[in-house]
Design a protein around this ligand. Structure first.
Ligand code: 3AT
Ligand code: MN
Ligand code: MN
Length: 531
């Protein structure tokens, strides 16, 4: 076989088609996915298309307007074009009812990023049915968020070194990246990666169905989150795409089954690649562990296929890798039983047991006095939690530190300074918790406290035989270092923002981390005894 006969960096493992049983379980998998609500209605799908049509027209109007203002003739302004490309889950075809549409707006060289925020944004606000417009021009990837006819969008911009953007433009050519600023290269990246993934899978429909299954499973098991050291949407897509390459003629049920077995056995840090890494025309870094020590540190490298190739799993730590490996194993066992008919797919999608699993937890509590500050501050704290996890991994006696993938928000209406102080530390009395906004209005010394609490589950090494009494665990060094690190944030303000780390026993977990009735259904103590 020559390299051109297969997709991927090795020949397939098997080119066999599905067995009858594999077709059966694929049908039941699709039924279960429908039941779980991962598909949107036909009506919603039509709305999305209408919205995209309107955005495409908006971008052309925007380019036209800016072109005229730069002194171009009417004819030249009309010819300047402007085109949108989608990426993210919508472009992959695996979006859910609540997903946004990630949309890249490509404009000619005489239109710049400032125009996008100063001209397009006001034009967008003028459209019918638009709400929640929010621009983040200074972000790593500058973006305008908005809702149109109820559909959420993330709008990115890329300015190409071309004087016109024709309707048939494609973004595949690496040379398009020449002479662009870094932000435009990054903005183009999302779209180029998705295009490449879709080109590199043998059967797009099979890939989509299998990826929907893996995404739902990863969300339910609380391992879908790039910031927290697990995998994000792109990384999961790349893994599923690789398994599709290895079984080019299989159906989704079979791909899912192979996925878990292969991922459980994968010889990390051997990278997952969809094609050989390519060099290109830019003076930018391409992932290369032989050249760069920081790339060598990646534990589960999953590499993006479009130039410049990057590692999509930079944040994975020893703990998160162990947790994902356990989840692959659990899933492989369930899917084995699905195959022989002794389990249903729904078992694969059972909710995680994070808040039942450990005896001790760390709470990382970010607090402030208003919702805008809290949004930015808690985001900053969240993005650093994995630094705490990595420091905890060095603590003697700790097997792993398991970060939970989302924070829990609360607003506490306090009557006194002392209550405010306590609330910021996570000590929220029943009276405070039950108070409403009206209860503190016009009262001297009162105030509201916004808190976001992140959790890290602590798994201790097994007790050595014969040891008695509780084990001591000294986490003061990691927690002090962590607080120092988050307070080093450039916008940190000690008068309005707080952060504390404290450890609690599982019995002290607040009810808010459980679904109604969940705590009672699975009492923590019972779980421990059966271990
Ligand atoms: P949803 O169905 O929308 O939840 P998704 O995979 O489309 O899933 P996002 O819309 O959050 O997820 O992200 C789509 C892509 O946008 C993924 C990544 O290429 C890019 N992206 C997302 N967040 C960031 C970020 N903070 N910085 C840079 N790129 C980002
Ligand atoms: Mn999206
Ligand atoms: Mn998005």
């Amino acid at each position: 076989m020559t390299t051109s006969e297969y997709l991927g960096v090795t020949p397939p493992i098997s080119e066999a088609g599905p067995s009858k049983r594999e077709e059966e379980v694929t049908a039941t998998l699709m039924e279960e996915l429908k039941k779980q609500g991962v598909f949107e209605s036909d009506e919603d799908a039509k709305t999305r298309e209408i919205v995209l049509g309107r955005v495409a027209q908006l971008v052309r109007n925007f380019v036209h307007r800016v072109s005229l203002s730069r002194g171009l003739s009417e004819a030249a302004a009309s010819a300047a074009g402007g085109k949108i490309f989608t990426f993210g889950s919508y472009r992959l075809g695996v979006h859910g009812p609540g997903s946004d549409i990630d949309t890249l707006c490509v404009v000619p060289k005489h239109v710049n990023r400032e125009d996008f925020f100063e001209v397009l944004e006001p034009m967008l606000r003028e459209l019918d049915g638009v709400s929640e417009v929010s621009a983040v021009p200074d972000a790593y990837v500058p973006v305008i968020g908005a809702k149109i006819q109820g559909v959420a969008l993330d709008l990115l911009v890329a300015r190409l070194a071309l004087s016109t953007i024709p309707d048939n433009l494609e973004l595949r050519d690496d040379n398009l990246l020449r002479n662009l600023d870094e932000r435009c290269v990054r903005s183009l990246g999302g779209s180029r990666v998705i295009d490449e993934i879709l080109r590199l899978v043998p059967n797009v429909e099979v890939f989509r169905a299998a990826l929907r299954c893996i995404k739902l499973w990863a969300q339910k098991r609380a391992i879908y989150s790039n910031v927290n050291g697990f995998l994000g949407g792109v990384a999961w897509a790349l893994l599923v795409a690789r398994i599709c390459q290895l079984y080019p003629n299989e159906v989704a049920g079979a791909v899912v089954s192979r996925f878990f077995i292969i991922m459980y056995q994968w010889n990390w840090p051997q990278p997952v690649l969809l094609k050989q890494i390519e060099e290109g025309p830019l003076p930018v870094r391409v992932w290369n562990p032989r050249l760069y020590p920081s790339d060598r540190a990646h534990r589960m490298p999953i590499i993006t296929p479009a130039y410049p190739s990057m590692c999509s799993t930079h944040n994975v730590t020893q703990s998160t890798q162990m947790i994902m490996s356990q989840e692959f194993k659990r899933a492989a066992e369930i899917v084995d039983r699905v195959m022989i008919g002794s389990a249903n797919w729904s078992e694969l999608f059972a909710k995680h047991d994070f808040f039942h699993k450990y005896r001790y937890y760390l709470q990382v509590i970010a607090s402030s006095g208003d919702s805008d500050t809290q949004l930015r501050w808690s985001g900053t704290v969240e993005s650093r939690v994995r630094q705490l996890v990595m420091k905890l991994e060095f603590v003697e006696g700790l097997t792993l530190a398991h970060p939970f993938i989302k924070g829990f928000e609360q607003i506490s209406y306090c009557l006194t300074d002392e209550e405010v102080r306590l609330a910021a530390q996570g000590e929220i009395s029943k009276a405070t918790a039950e108070r409403k906004k009206e209860d503190i209005e016009d009262k001297d010394g009162s105030g509201a406290v916004w808190t976001t609490t992140f959790y890290i589950g602590l798994c201790l090494d097994p007790k050595p035989p014969g040891a008695v009494g509780p084990r001591r665990l000294d986490i003061s060094y990691p927690t002090t270092e962590f607080t120092k690190l988050v307070k080093a944030w450039e916008h940190y303000d000690e008068t309005s923002m707080g952060v504390v780390v404290r450890h609690i026993k599982s019995s002290a977990l607040p009810d808010s981390v459980f679904d109604p009735g969940e705590r009672e259904r699975m009492p923590v103590r019972q779980l421990k005894r059966t271990k």
